[in-house]
Design a protein around this ligand. Structure first.
Ligand SMILES: Nc1ncnc2c1ncn2[C@@H]1O[C@H](COP(=O)(O)OP(=O)(O)OP(=O)(O)O)[C@@H](O)[C@H]1O
Ligand SMILES: Nc1ncnc2c1ncn2[C@@H]1O[C@H](COP(=O)(O)OP(=O)(O)OP(=O)(O)O)[C@@H](O)[C@H]1O
Ligand SMILES: [Mg+2]
Ligand SMILES: [Mg+2]
Lengths: 168, 150, 150, 168
C-alpha cells in the first residue's frame, strides 16, 4: 500500500491543480515559510477522512477551500486524490483485483462533501474500513504535524494509550 | 484485546530500548504501565536517561532531547507495526548538527520498510532525500510544485 | 487604569502596524479589542495579512508566519514599554533563511535600546551577535561555560 | 538597569559555579542539545522570583537543585546571583546610591529558601517591588521560552490581555 501519487486542486493555497509522485524511499518537501508545505500534510489527513476542521488549522471545514489571493478569486470546491499501489495485496479482499487504489474527497462551498474509491462514489465509512489495520489513518503515529513531535513526551500517561491501542 | 494490548506494549517497549540508545549514542529508556493490574485503563509512562546523566522526570529533558526521545518511540512503534508511509513535518527543527546526522541515518534505514515524506528547512536532511520537491509561491498566495530531484 | 490600558493598547497597535510589514516585507496587521464598551474585560484579537494573501483567520497561518507575527507583536510592545533585557530561546527555529536575515537585522536594531540574549542553533544568528558563549557538557551531565567571542 | 553579570551554582546542570558577563548589545548562547542553554533561562526566571516549579519544567521546586550525574553526587543547595547596573538610576529611590544592584536566591534541599538584595537578606516581595514598572518579571514579554514563541497567536483573546496589562 505505498503512496504513488497525490493530486490537489482547490485545497487551501493550491488553487491550480498540482500532482506529486512519490517514488519509494525518502521524499523531501522544501520551500520558504508560508509557501504551502504543511498544507500538503493537511491535504493527506483530509483525504484519509479527517472530520475536525481544527486538526487542519481551520475554524470550520469550509476554510480548506481556496479562499482567494491578491490575483485570484475564491474557488467553489476543493478536491484531493491519493493513489496507492496495491501490488502486495494488503487491501481488503474485494479490492484484490486492483493493482492501484485511488481515493478522493471533494467539498463544495455549499457544505456538500463526496468520497470516491476508484472513481465510484462511496461513504466515509468505506474509506475508513479500507485502511483499518494498515496503520494509515488520521490519528495514527504515521503523521507527525509541525511542532507536535514533543506531544508524546508532554502528554499525560492516559492520553498516550491511544497510540499503543492503534498499533495493537 | 487485553492480551493483544499487553503483547504489543511489551514488543514496543523492547524495541524502544533499542532505538533510544541509537539516537542518543548510549543511555537507556523504557516504558511502564501506570497500573499493571488494569491493563485496559492504564496509562503509559516513559523513562528516559541520556548517557552520563541521572534518571530524572522527562519534563526536565531539553527541547532537543524531548524531540529525539519522541522520535525514538515513534520509530519503535513503527518497527513493530509498520505503516505504508510516514510523514514528518519539520521534526528536525530542534536538533543540533550531530543529532540531525543520527536522525537522517535512522530515517534512511527506516525507508527500506516504509516510504518517508520529510518536510524540512535543514540542508543536510534535503541532501539525504532520494527525491525532492520544492513548493513555491511566485504568485503570492498561490502554491506551485517544482520537481528538484527525482 | 481604564484610560491607561486604552492608551497603551492604541500605542502598541500603532507600533504593530509598523513592525509587521518590516518582518514580512509588506502586508498589514492590526489589533482589535473583542468588546470596545468593556475595556477592562475585553480580549485582544490579532488580524494578520501577509503580502499578496487574503485576510484569513490567524490559525491558518504557517508555523513560520505565526512565529514572525508573534515576534512583530512582542517587539511592538517592547518599543512602547522597553524592558532592560530581552531573552529569546530558539525563536528563530521555524524560520527560513530569508526570514532569519530580516529577524537578525531587526534584533540588531532593537539592541540599541535594550540588551538581547539569544539562544540559537543557527549560524547566521551566531555571526550577528556581539558576544558569544558556548555551553558544553564535556563531563556528561555537568554544564560549563566557554567564552567564544567578546 | 542592564544585566551585567549572572552567576549560577548548583542550579540544574550547573553543579560547579559559572559566571557569564553580558556586555550591552546582543549576546548569543550556543551549544549542543541538552548542554544547559535553556537552564540559563530558567535560572534567570528563578532569581527574578518564579514560584511555580512547572514553569521551570520541574514537578516540585527541589528539581532545580543539581541532582547528580554519572561522575558527581547531588548537591544540597542551588544559588543564582544576578547583577544589574543602575547607572541610569531606574531602580526605586532607596537604591539610588547604588551603581550596581545584586539580587540572589538560594534553595536548600530542606525546602528553605532565601532572597538577598545587595547581600542583605530580603523577602520575595522586595525583589518583586524592585522590578515593578521596569518590564522585568517572570511573566513579562521580555522572556520567550523555547517553543513558546507562537503562544501569543494560539492563545484565546482574553488570555492575551495580561501582556498588555503588564505593559500598561
Ligand atoms: N483556504 C485557503 N485559501 C488560501 N490560502 C490558504 C487557505 N488556507 C491556508 N492558506 C494559506 O496557506 C499558508 C500556510 O501554508 P503552510 O502552513 O503550508 O506553510 P508552510 O510551507 O508549512 O510554511 P512554514 O515553513 O512556515 O511552516 C498561509 O499563508 C495561509 O494563508
Ligand atoms: N536538577 C538537575 N540536576 C542535574 N541536571 C539537570 C537538572 N535539571 C535538568 N537537568 C538536565 O539539564 C538538561 C537540559 O538542559 P537544557 O534544557 O538547558 O538543554 P538545552 O541546551 O536548552 O538543549 P536544547 O538545544 O535541546 O534545547 C537535561 O538533560 C537534564 O537532565
Ligand atoms: Mg509548515
Ligand atoms: Mg533548550
Amino acid at each position: 500500500m505505498k503512496i504513488k501519487k497525490l493530486t490537489i486542486h482547490g485545497f487551501k493555497s493550491f488553487v491550480d491543480k498540482v500532482a506529486l509522485q512519490f517514488p519509494s524511499g525518502t521524499s523531501g518537501i522544501i520551500g520558504p515559510n508560508g509557501c504551502g508545505k504543511s498544507n500538503i500534510v493537511d491535504a493527506i489527513r483530509w483525504v484519509l477522512g479527517e472530520q475536525n476542521a481544527r486538526h487542519l488549522r481551520g475554524k470550520q471545514m469550509e476554510d480548506i477551500i481556496f479562499n482567494g489571493s491578491e490575483s485570484r478569486k475564491p474557488l467553489g470546491m476543493a478536491e484531493v486524490v491519493l493513489t496507492f499501489s496495491n501490488e502486495e495485496g494488503l487491501a481488503p479482499a474485494h479490492f484484490a483485483n486492483f493493482s492501484e487504489i485511488e481515493i478522493s474527497r471533494r467539498l463544495y462551498r455549499s457544505g456538500e462533501s463526496e468520497y470516491y474509491i476508484n472513481r465510484v462514489q462511496s461513504r466515509l465509512r468505506d474509506i475508513v474500513d479500507l485502511f483499518t489495520d494498515t496503520g494509515i489513518g488520521t490519528r495514527a503515529y504515521s503523521i507527525i504535524e509541525q511542532g507536535q513531535v514533543g506531544w508524546l513526551i508532554s502528554a499525560k500517561p492516559e492520553d498516550r494509550r491511544s497510540v499503543f491501542e492503534e498499533a495493537a | 484485546t487485553r492480551e493483544r494490548f499487553r503483547t504489543t506494549f511489551d514488543e514496543i517497549n523492547a524495541k524502544f530500548q533499542e532505538t533510544f540508545p541509537r539516537f542518543f549514542n548510549g543511555g537507556r529508556a523504557e516504558l511502564r504501565l501506570t497500573d499493571d493490574s488494569d491493563i485496559l485503563e492504564a496509562g503509559v509512562e516513559i523513562a528516559a536517561q541520556p548517557p552520563g546523566k541521572r534518571l530524572q522526570n522527562i519534563s526536565l529533558l531539553s527541547g532537543g532531547e524531548k524531540a529525539l526521545t519522541a522520535t525514538a518511540l515513534i520509530f519503535a512503534i513503527f518497527l513493530i507495526k509498520p505503516s505504508p508511509f510516514c510523514l514528518l513535518d519539520e521534526v528536525d527543527a530542534p536538533l543540533d548538527d550531530a543529532n540531525i546526522d543520527r536522525f537522517n541515518l535512522f530515517v534512511r534505514d527506516m525507508s527500506k520498510i516504509s516510504q518517508f515524506l520529510l518536510i524540512t528547512h535543514n540542508k543536510k536532511t534535503m541532501e539525504m532525500a532520494d527525491s525532492l520537491y520544492g513548493i513555491t509561491m511566485q504568485e503570492p498566495g498561490v502554491s506551485k510544485v517544482i520537481t528538484l530531484k527525482f
